[in-house]
Design a binder for this molecule. Structure first.
Ligand code: MG
Length: 378
């Protein structure tokens, strides 16, 4: 009988956070939340706190209810991530704000179940070094990386020839490039297979999300960029492939639900029964299609992979420029087509900045945000 493990859940009111609480509900004998943090949704957080009674509660940008004892401000992420009763930190914070919490948790020797992909994109080498130094472990929550981790379990990393990351293609998979450039916010938020928060949904429409995932895979699995490919797979059933040196290819399949990769991130390399996810049936799934990426129609993907190859500050610049451009698109201040253009402009001016220390990477992040914001018309 394994003792119940404490989980610090950062970003508990978002899409991954609420899915995580559903997973914990099914496995109350194995896991219990000791800390919950939310960005600003105080009402939803209060409901979760009433249901789970965690010993630590934090809100980043909202006002805690009077007399609640909750912590307020961005420091709550680090306090929750280093909570002494948490063995596992599930980091589902959106954006680069999640980086410091990941670093603190790894330094404290925690298992970090990482749903904050910006962590590795902004500071991959720094994060991997922190994991080694602090004896923390990093386990991906993202469905593609969970698939690769599951295909690799128990295998020799030297046997990997190639990773093939699948992409749904998003809502504009079949649209002509001219039409994509003028897509509306409502068009872009209408993802065909996954229900997610608005930032990642826009990233899935531009394919910037897939660039972030390629960079993450590079750091998580130590595979060079020329051996990581992306293929469009509209059904989102095959979550990724690993090709081995003898030519054999393994894939991980399942219905599109984040609950399975969340559970696996908590239990890896073990598996628990009753994931709560509908069973996969190949007959019901029907035909599975695979298509090449239309790089001309989705330039953000190539920009992000090129930034990954450049290394140094470039991935941080890509990520920050993308975050700001997506926020501006959602606010009606940029067209869909301008999102990739503003990322390209920021990379051209800033990708060569120094980027080997955390301080330099955070400076590059700030410079890229300023670059995009200062060029928005008022
Ligand atoms: Mg993904």
């Amino acid at each position: 009988m394994t003792a119940s493990q404490g989980v610090a859940l950062l970003g508990s009111t978002g899409s991954i956070g609420t899915s995580t609480l559903r997973v914990l509900e099914r496995h109350r004998d194995r896991f219990h939340p000791v800390a919950l943090t939310a960005n600003g949704n105080v009402t939803a957080l209060a409901t979760q706190v009433a249901a789970w009674s965690p010993s630590y509660v934090g809100v980043v940008s909202g006002t805690p209810p009077a007399g609640s004892g909750w912590r307020a401000g961005v420091e709550c992420l680090i306090e929750a991530a280093t909570h002494p009763d948490a063995q596992i930190v599930l980091n589902a914070v959106v954006g680069a704000a999640g980086l410091q919490a990941t670093l603190a948790a790894l330094a404290a020797g925690k298992r970090v179940a990482l749903a904050n992909k910006e962590t590795l994109v902004v500071a991959g080498p720094v994060v991997m070094a922190a994991a080694t130094a602090g004896h923390g472990t990093l386990v991906p929550v993202d469905s593609e990386h969970s698939a690769i981790l599951q295909c690799l379990a128990g295998r020799n990393p030297g046997d990997i020839r190639r990773l093939v990351i699948t992409a749904s293609g998003g809502p504009f998979r079949t649209w002509p490039a001219e039409r994509i450039a003028h897509a509306t916010v409502a068009d872009a938020l209408n993802h065909p297979t996954w229900r997610m928060g608005s930032k990642i949904t826009i990233d899935s429409a531009t394919l910037a999300n897939k660039a972030l995932e390629v960079i993450e895979a590079h750091y998580l699995f130590g595979v060079p960029y020329d051996r990581i490919d992306v293929v469009v797979h509209p059904q989102s059933i095959v979550h990724s492939f690993v090709e081995f040196t003898d030519g054999s290819v393994l894939a991980q399949l399942g219905v599109p639900s984040m609950e399975l990769p969340i559970l696996y991130a908590l239990t890896h390399p073990e598996r628990l029964p009753d994931s709560g996810v509908p069973r996969f049936d190949p007959i019901t799934a029907g035909s599975l299609a695979f298509e090449p990426v239309r790089h001309d129609a989705f330039p953000a993907l190539g920009l992000g992979i090129a930034a990954g190859r450049t290394g140094g500050a470039a991935p941080a610049v890509f990520n920050a420029a993308n975050e700001e451009a997506v926020a501006a698109f959602l606010a009606g201040r940029l067209t869909f087509g301008q999102v990739a253009e503003r990322i390209a402009d920021a990379l051209e001016d800033l990708a060569g900045r120094p980027g080997s220390t955390l301080e330099e990477l955070l400076d590059a992040d700030a410079a890229a945000r300023h670059h995009v914001q200062s060029r928005l018309s008022c």
